[in-house]
Design a protein around this ligand. Structure first.
Ligand SMILES: N[C@@H](CCC(=O)N[C@@H](CS)C(=O)NCC(=O)O)C(=O)O
Length: 218
């Protein structure tokens, strides 16, 4: 089985896929497409005109949560119970929804539209604790989401929390079980190594100044 991840030169949605691939322990290659220089000319190559795309044994697979679930199920990182998986998916989708608001905020910043940037950041910022409280409620005494052992869902959530912690500093720590989950996954050798070696933030998604565009309080 072969995997090739095609994604932009960003963390964003691609980071969760990278983390699940790494924790699953599979070999993969990644093709990184620069969001400004290359993407406009390459968009037409992708069936949904979006990335991430994971090429699985030569066949393209789209949609971030679908890709991660597929990897989890295929590599023994998933609950075998339909109701458990379904309830895990509620928080996966809820956290992933924030990517839309954040992407709009980042795009507004590039376009110099400070008003829209503030509105979109505000939407994500208001929803963030709502989602985290739902995740917090689902964390078991073993520290994993609706599970006695780690699943891809924990890895997915930790990857997003790693990104959002930079956008909303200190917010994850308000939810101690979420914070512990984030740290536990981050401390896995394979993720620790990746966090040390991965490229710095692309200017498009740099958290600096995103929440308080004019440099004042958010
Ligand atoms: N529902 C899709 C959304 C994918 C998506 O919006 N990807 C962004 C990058 S994170 C993209 O391809 N943007 C470029 C564009 O829309 O032209 C998923 O979860 O994978």
């Amino acid at each position: 089985m072969t995997y090739q991840l095609k994604y932009l030169s960003l963390r964003a949605r691609g980071e969760a896929v990278r983390w699940v691939l790494k924790v699953a322990g599979v070999t993969y290659t990644e093709e990184t497409i620069d969001i400004f220089r290359e993407w406009p000319g390459r968009k037409h190559e992708f069936k949904f005109r979006k990335v991430p795309e994971l090429v699985v044994d030569g066949k393209p697979l789209h949609q971030t949560t679908v890709i991660c679930r597929f990897l989890g199920e295929r590599h023994d990182l998933a609950s075998g119970d339909l109701w458990t998986t379904t309830r895990q998916m509620e928080v996966v989708e809820a956290l992933h929804d924030l990517a839309n608001s954040m992407a709009s905020a980042l795009m507004a910043r590039v376009q110099g539209d400070e008003e829209r940037q503030k509105v979109m950041v505000g939407l994500a910022e208001a929803q963030f604790p709502v989602v985290l409280s739902n995740i917090e409620e689902r964390i078991t005494n073993k520290g994993w989401i609706l599970s006695q052992q780690m699943t891809w869902v924990d890895v997915f959530i930790a990857a997003y929390l790693d990104v959002y912690e930079n956008y909303f500093p200190g917010e994850v720590a308000k939810f101690p079980l979420c914070e512990a989950l984030r740290r536990r996954v981050q401390d896995m050798p394979v993720i620790k190594a990746w966090r040390e070696e991965r490229p710095p933030w692309h200017p498009f998604e740099d958290p600096q100044g995103l929440v308080a565009p004019s440099g004042g309080p958010p």
